[in-house]
Design a protein around this ligand. Structure first.
Ligand code: SF4
Ligand code: SF4
Length: 226
């Protein structure tokens, strides 16, 4: 979801601690999978995990289940889940998520949102999304309990590296956006580095690090400052 500046400022003042609680009552209506207001953006790790859960190559997953475009402010490839003709998520079957255990991070933490906090102790800050369904009602949960349900903390190293790499690349792409030929070529490189060039049988993080190294070599060759 793309937040407004004032939303981000408000989230920063309401970052939760692990023991903070929130109330949330899911009515199991499935609307978040059927008619989501905002597209579900996927990180590279989301693409990897969902491809692995479906036992297909990331390339096949991207072809069949997603759409991608170049972000108008990030200048980076952005991959989102395709919507079916009726607006529902293509991973929904008979009212159930087919990748429940490996669902994308935004689905896993809903109704919470998160924001990357740079600095000496890089981390993610979690907050209650102001516009979500059913918040403020239902059972009380701690942040820790909510994140533990999908073992979200185990993704932190990959997620932090992702956030940092995205920020570095966005800066570099902004600098070369006027050079259409170079820009288009680098977008293809980034699609591979971020999403496609992964073997679902191997460790994600090692492959991501190795892809970043290959990307740095290409950027150096083309004198693109990272
Ligand atoms: S999270 Fe909200 S929209 Fe999704 S199933 Fe539960 S109540 Fe419905
Ligand atoms: S990935 Fe699963 S949880 Fe997320 S919108 Fe699709 S069906 Fe729903």
């Amino acid at each position: 979801m793309r937040y407004k500046k004032e939303d981000i400022e408000s989230f920063m003042t309401s970052i939760m601690t692990k023991e903070d609680t929130f109330k949330f009552g899911c009515k199991m209506c499935g609307d978040c999978c059927r008619k989501r207001q905002e597209p579900i953006m996927l990180t590279g790790y989301d693409v990897f995990r969902v491809s692995r859960a479906l036992n297909i190559k990331p390339f096949e997953f991207i072809e069949e289940y997603t759409e991608w475009y170049v972000g108008d402010s990030s200048y980076l490839p952005v991959v989102i889940l395709k919507a079916r003709y009726d607006g529902s998520c293509p991973l929904l079957r008979k009212g159930k998520c087919t990748v429940q255990e490996d669902k994308p991070i935004v689905c896993a933490i809903y109704p919470l949102g998160r924001i990357f906090i740079a600095g000496e102790e890089e981390s993610f800050g979690y907050f209650e999304q102001p516009y979500s369904c059913g918040n403020g009602t239902g059972e009380e949960h701690t942040l820790k309990e909510w994140l533990d349900k999908f073992k979200v903390s185990e993704w932190d190293e990959a997620s932090i590296l992702w956030a940092k790499t995205i920020a570095r690349c966005a800066m570099a792409m902004r600098n070369i956006k006027q050079d259409t030929k170079l820009f288009t070529g680098v977008i293809t490189v980034l699609l591979n580095v971020f999403y496609v060039a992964y073997d679902i049988e191997k460790d994600y993080l090692e492959q991501f690090k190795s892809n970043i190294e290959k990307m740095e070599i290409i950027f150096k060759e083309f004198k693109i400052q990272l």
